[in-house]
Structure formats: C-alpha cells, structure tokens
Design a protein around this ligand. Sequence first.
Ligand code: URA
Ligand code: CA
Length: 440
Amino acid sequence: MRFVDTIEKKADGGKLSGEEIQEMISGYVSGEIPDYQMSAMMMAVLQRGMDAEEATALTMAMMNSGDVVDLSDLPGVKVDKHSTGGVGDTTTLVIAPLVAACGGTVAKMSGRGLGHTGGTLDKLESVPGTCIEQPLERFKEIVRENGVAVVGQTGNLVPADKKMYALRDVTATVRSIPLIASSIMSKKLASGADAIVLDVKTGTGAFMRTKEEAFELAKLMCRIGRLAGRQVRAVVTDMNQPLGMSVGNALEVQEAVELLSGKIPEDDPLYMVCMLLGSQMLQMAGLAADDDEAEKMLKAHIDDGSGLGKLQKMFELLGGDASFVTEEGMKKLTAVRRTMDVTADQSGFVSHMNAEEIGTAAQMLGAGRAKKEDSVDPAVGLVMKVRCGYRVRKGDPLCTLYINDEKRVDEAAGLLRRAIRITPEPDEVEPMVYGLVTAD
Ligand code: URA
Ligand code: CA
C-alpha cells in the first residue's frame, strides 16, 4: 500500500492494521515518509482518533524504533511512576525512595522541565555534583545497591517520538489523545518497568484541561499497558493549583526532604498524592495487599527516616554531595540574593489559581526554561503561602519569590497577581484526586 492510501484510510475514519502502523513508523524514522505526509496522518489521527488496538500497535512500533532497556536481571517487580506534567509536582523525589525503603525496586528514567512544568532531572541537579547521565550498567548497579535510582534517559530511547513530537508541536496535533498516550507509553515501556503508575493531571496547569479528557487518556494508557503485557494503573489528579507549595528546583527538593522528614501534615495535597501513588506502586509490586497496609508501610518509612536515607544514598551514588540533602543543607541550596512577597491587593478568599501562569512566573525568575537550550538557576523560584479556599486579608502574602536575577521580577509578580484570584465570597474547591483508573 502507498502511504497516501493509508492516510486516506484514516482520514475516512478507517482502522489501521498493525502492519500499516509498523510501516508508517519505520518509514518515518528512516526518512522514507516525509514530514508533510506524516503531518497529514497526524491531523487525520487527531480528527478521527484511534482505538486501543491501533494505539497499542503505534506504541509498540514507536518503542521498537530505538533501544529497549532490559531490567530483568534486577530483583523483584520493577515499578515506575510517571506524571503527565505539572507545577510544584515533586512526587517522584518522595515516592521513589520511599517505595524503595518499603522493599520495592524503582529504576526510573526521568525528563527535564520545559515551559511551565518542572522536570525531575533539573531538581536532582540542584544538589551539587549530581550526575544524571549514567551508563545503563551503572544505573542498574545503583538500583541493586540502593533499591532506587532516578537518572536521565540512557541510550537511544524512542527516536520515533522525538521526531514525531517535534512535528506535532508545529502542526497543532500535540493534543490528540492517542498520540499523547503512545508518546508516553512508548517511552515508559522502553524504559523497562514491569508495573507503572501514571498520574494524569487535569486543570489549568495540565495538558488535559478537562476531567473527561484526562479520564479518556488514563483509560487508553491502561489499555495499552495491558495489551502490551504490563501492569498499569492511573490516577487522575488536580492541577488547578500547584501540587506542593514550592515551585523551583532546589525549593522542590527541599519540600521533598521536609516531607520525608515528617514535617508535612497528612492532609497536605502533596502528601496525599504521594501516598496514593506510592500505595499503588507497593500493591502492584506485591508488597502490600491493600491501600490501608500500603499507607501504613509508607508512613512507617517516613517516621523511621529510611525514606530520606534512600534519597540521600541515591544522591551520593549519583556523585552528589548528600550532606545538602537535609533540612539544614537545603537552606544553603535555596539561599538567594533576596526574597520578596507578592501580597493580596484585597481581602477575601482565594477562589481560583492558574497553575500554568504560576509555573511560568517561576520560569521567568530563572527556575525553568522557555527553550530546550536554556539553563536554569537551581536556587530560585517561589513558595506559595495560600491554597484555593484560603481566606486572606489585604496585604497578606500570597507567595514568596526567591530572586537572583532582577530582570523579570516585575513581570513575574504581575503574572502571579493575575494568576491568584481573590473574590469576596469563597468558591467551590476542586478535590485533589478525581479517581483511579485500571485497564478494566
Ligand atoms: N508528554 C509526552 O511525553 N508526550 C506527549 O505527547 C504529551 C506529554
Ligand atoms: Ca484510495
């Protein structure tokens, strides 16, 4: 079949065969299929969709376009987590070591931040000396010794996704649910875990702006996982405000250290989402029978300090100076030239936040990058003082900015004033967690 006919089939709403999808991916990666034909296909997929079988075939073809990591020589069920991207989401740095402290095996490859969302690799690098680029064998050695390692992608993982994502970015096809699902799942499956928990975010700071779309994406990814023979569960959680209070690289590591030191209350949203994700990981790994048992285990390993110990050891094994990875040490890494409060310009209730704009404000201060090539300042960012539903008086601090570079401070402060809306009457507050999704 000529590729033009395959495009036409999808444009007419047809179902592509596994063979057609395989030929599409190998043809596109080899350069035989040009960008303009692939663009037309992506647009046809955006408009006509794909069912779970097509999306699975696409995921597998993409996964097989590059290296596939084999973790089978590591002991136990290898568990991984993935978040579709958020603001103030430092769950990985809490859960990965905590699950390891409970006896789990966490071998995780992470990404960098782009735009308004943060990336775990940038957070790891805020601790001096930490090297996130590790050869595969060394990565496995660290997991064997410590039960957990979080590193950058090793090798040539899913080259098809790099090429397709760049094309989607300029053809308005990023938002296609089957294309997002196959992009995420191809990378997750290629990194070798047996069991994966997905945190699908919805709200003003997320890819998926509505709950309906978030559930659709979550379900499709779970089905792909099952068809591919892995355990996958997903939770849909809120991103209408930052998850944690801190937005910025060292500031988020600091918040993770505080949580692992038992300094963050159990009704805190970051704490709650960490418990939820960690609990799913322990159950998929066969280490806990239900939520109750899993949460007790997670809490016990916060209380005895062993979760924090795993995080410190991981930094040490990645070459980092683990003496910073304490409450005292993190104060040094978040020291900046000055801090400044953004205050409420009226009394009332915090009724709405735009998490994307809050992330963008942190990026303007130097915490994130607009382009892939930009560098980040590990110490800067912001710490929220309020959450949705809080009552404030005029002049109360809404957030504290951590500043080294003055260039865009006014712009960031202005954006934050617009992003945190105060009204005379309280508005309904969204729940933190909307639901759990499995392949069934
Ligand atoms: N994250 C990804 O890795 N891919 C997408 O397409 C969207 C979010
Ligand atoms: Ca035809």
